[in-house]
Design a binder for this molecule. Structure first.
Ligand code: CTP
Length: 472
C-alpha cells in the first residue's frame, strides 16, 4: 500500500503516535484531512483521528504529552473528544460500528474495527485513512477505492446509498455540497437514492442544513449545487420559493424568462466578482417575489409589479424558517432585493444626475454591492443587448463617481441640523422641523441646491417663512 509521508510532517502526528503506542492502541488520521491533502486543497483546519479503542483516552494522553497541555472537551454520549493544538481542532473517536434508528440521527454504537468505521462514513473519498502506527506509519488504508474515486471525481457511498443516506440524511446535502465545492459528479445510484430519501431531510436541524447551503453558496459555481438540489427534489422541500420560479408561461405568444434558471446564472455571475456570502444570498433571492406577483396583461404582456417589495418580505420569512440570522445580514439582503431593479430603471431612462444621486442616497454604503448585483443580473444571450447593458452600467458608475465627489450623499448628513432650525426660529421640536429638513434633502437630491451649509440655510429661511415662522 502506498505511503503518504508528506501528509504527516506536522509534529502533532508524532505526538499522537507516541500517545497511541503508550496506550497500546492503533490510531489513524481519516476523512477530510486525507482527502484534502491528496487534492492539494491547502492547509487543513481540522484533523479527525480514529482510535481502535477509546478515542477519549487517546485524546487525554495526547493532551498530556503536548507542551501546552490543552483542555480536552469530552462528548461522552458520542464517545468522542476534541482538543485544540497548533490552531487546529483535533477530534478523536473510537472506531465504531453504527446503526441508526429510523426517526433520529442518534446512532446505536458498538466498538468496531477500522474498516467498520470506514464503512459507516459518508463517502469513499471521506473514508481514506493514513496509519499513525509505528509499524506502518503513513500507509494508506483505502478499502473502498476512495483514491480511485478522487481521481475519477466521483461521490460514492461505501455502503448501499439508501443505507448511508437514510442513516444520516444530512449526507444528501453533503454529497451535493462536495460535488459543488470539488466539481465532482455524484454517482447515479447515489443521486437516485437521494431522490428517494429526500423527505428524510426533514429530520435534520435547520442550522445544519444552512451550514451546507452556505458552503454551496461559497463554491466557485453555486448553480451546480442548486441544480442538483432541484433535480433530487430537495430544493422544493428546503426552499420552495425558489422552485416556484421555474417555468416559462406563454399566453398569446408572449413569454417571460424562466426565473429559476436565470437566478442560478445570476448567482454564478456574481460569484465571479464577490466572495461576500450575503451578497450571493441576495443574488439567489433577488427575484423570489416574481412568482407571487406574476400577471398577464393583454396589452403589455407579463408583469411582476412590486416583486421587489414582496421579495424583501419573503426574505424575512425564509430567513426565519431556515434559522438564518435575523440581524443586519438579513436587512442587507432585504435592502438589496428591494432595490434590485433600481439601477436598471435608471439605465432604461436617461441617466440623470438626480436619479443617480437618489440611488446613492437610498443605497448608502451598499451602492457598490447593488451595482455588482445588477451587473450580474444581465444574463441576456443577445450579444448586442449584453454589450449595451454593460456599457450603460459603466455610464452609471462613472456618473455615480462624479455625483458623489460633488454632493457626498452616500453618507448623507443634513447640512442644517434640527438644532439649528429650532434655534433660528426659536421653536420647540415640531412637525415644521421635519418639513424643513425634508425640503432641504429633496432640493439636494434633485440638484436644486448643492450639499452645503450656506445654500441649505438660505432654503431653510425661505421655507420657514412659507410656514409662517419668524427667524431670530
Ligand atoms: N462524516 C460522515 N457523515 C457526516 C459527517 C461527517 O461520515 N454526516 C465523516 C466523514 O468521514 C468526514 C468526517 O466525518 O470526512 C469529518 O467530517 P467533517 O469535518 O464534517 O467534514 P470534512 O470531510 O472534514 O470536510 P469539511 O471540512 O469540508 O466539512
Amino acid at each position: 500500500m502506498k505511503k503518504y509521508q508528506s501528509a504527516l510532517n506536522h509534529n502533532i502526528f508524532r505526538v499522537i503516535t507516541q500517545a497511541a503506542e503508550e496506550l497500546q492502541l492503533e490510531s489513524y488520521v481519516i476523512g477530510g484531512f486525507v482527502r484534502d491533502h491528496i487534492l492539494k486543497r491547502g492547509a487543513p483546519k481540522d484533523i479527525d483521528i480514529v482510535a481502535i479503542g477509546s478515542g477519549i483516552a487517546l485524546a487525554k494522553k495526547v493532551a498530556e504529552i503536548l507542551p501546552h497541555q490543552p483542555k480536552v472537551q469530552v462528548f461522552k454520549n458520542y464517545g468522542t473528544a476534541m482538543l485544540k493544538a497548533f490552531d487546529m481542532e483535533i477530534e478523536f473517536v473510537g472506531a465504531r460500528k453504527e446503526s441508526y434508528q429510523k426517526d433520529s440521527r442518534k446512532p446505536i454504537v458498538e466498538n468496531g474495527s477500522l474498516e467498520d468505521d470506514q464503512n459507516r462514513r459518508d463517502f469513499t473519498i471521506n473514508a481514506l485513512a493514513l496509519s499513525l502506527n509505528e509499524k506502518n506509519f503513513s500507509e494508506l488504508l483505502d478499502p473502498f477505492n476512495g483514491i480511485k474515486h478522487l481521481e475519477a471525481k466521483l461521490i460514492k457511498t461505501p455502503l448501499d446509498p439508501d443505507v448511508t443516506y437514510s442513516d444520516d440524511p444530512l449526507r444528501m446535502l453533503r454529497a451535493i455540497r462536495f460535488a459543488t465545492q470539488l466539481d465532482f459528479k455524484i454517482e447515479k445510484e447515489s443521486l437516485d437514492a437521494i431522490t428517494r430519501n429526500k423527505k428524510r431531510i426533514k429530520i435534520i436541524s435547520k442550522e445544519r442544513i444552512t451550514t451546507e447551503l452556505h458552503k454551496i453558496m461559497l463554491a466557485n459555481r453555486p448553480s451546480k449545487g442548486f441544480a442538483l438540489l432541484h433535480k433530487t427534489g430537495l430544493l422544493a422541500i428546503i426552499m420552495p420559493e425558489l422552485t416556484a420560479l421555474e417555468g416559462i408561461d406563454e399566453i398569446e405568444g408572449q413569454k417571460h424568462k424562466d426565473n429559476f434558471w436565470h437566478t442560478l446564472e445570476v448567482v454564478d455571475n456574481i460569484s465571479e466578482n464577490t466572495d461576500n456570502l450575503w451578497l450571493r444570498w441576495a443574488a439567489l433571492l433577488h427575484d423570489i417575489g416574481k412568482a407571487p406577483t406574476k400577471k398577464f396583461h393583454k396589452k403589455i404582456g407579463w408583469t411582476f409589479h412590486g416583486h421587489e417589495f414582496v421579495g424583501a418580505k419573503m426574505v424575512f420569512k425564509l430567513f426565519k424558517r431556515l434559522r438564518l440570522p435575523l440581524n443586519d445580514k438579513m436587512k442587507y439582503v432585504q435592502k438589496l432585493v428591494l432595490m434590485s431593479s433600481r439601477p436598471i430603471a435608471i439605465v432604461d431612462n436617461d441617466v440623470t444626475d438626480s436619479a443617480v444621486r437618489r440611488l446613492i442616497f437610498d443605497a448608502g454604503d451598499d451602492i457598490e454591492d447593488l451595482m455588482t448585483l445588477c451587473e450580474a443580473d444581465i444574463t441576456t444571450k443577445n450579444p448586442k443587448r449584453y454589450a449595451r447593458y454593460h456599457k450603460n452600467f459603466k455610464v452609471v458608475r462613472k456618473k455615480m463617481k462624479e455625483v458623489e465627489e460633488r454632493d457626498k450623499v452616500r453618507k448623507f448628513q443634513p447640512p442644517v441640523s434640527g438644532e439649528e432650525i429650532m434655534q433660528t426660529f426659536n421653536i420647540k421640536p415640531s412637525r415644521e422641523i421635519g418639513i424643513i429638513k425634508d425640503t432641504i434633502k429633496e432640493a439636494i437630491l434633485e440638484g436644486d441646491i448643492p450639499n452645503e451649509h450656506k445654500a441649505a440655510r438660505e432654503l431653510m429661511l425661505k421655507k420657514g417663512k412659507e410656514l409662517g415662522l419668524m427667524a431670530n
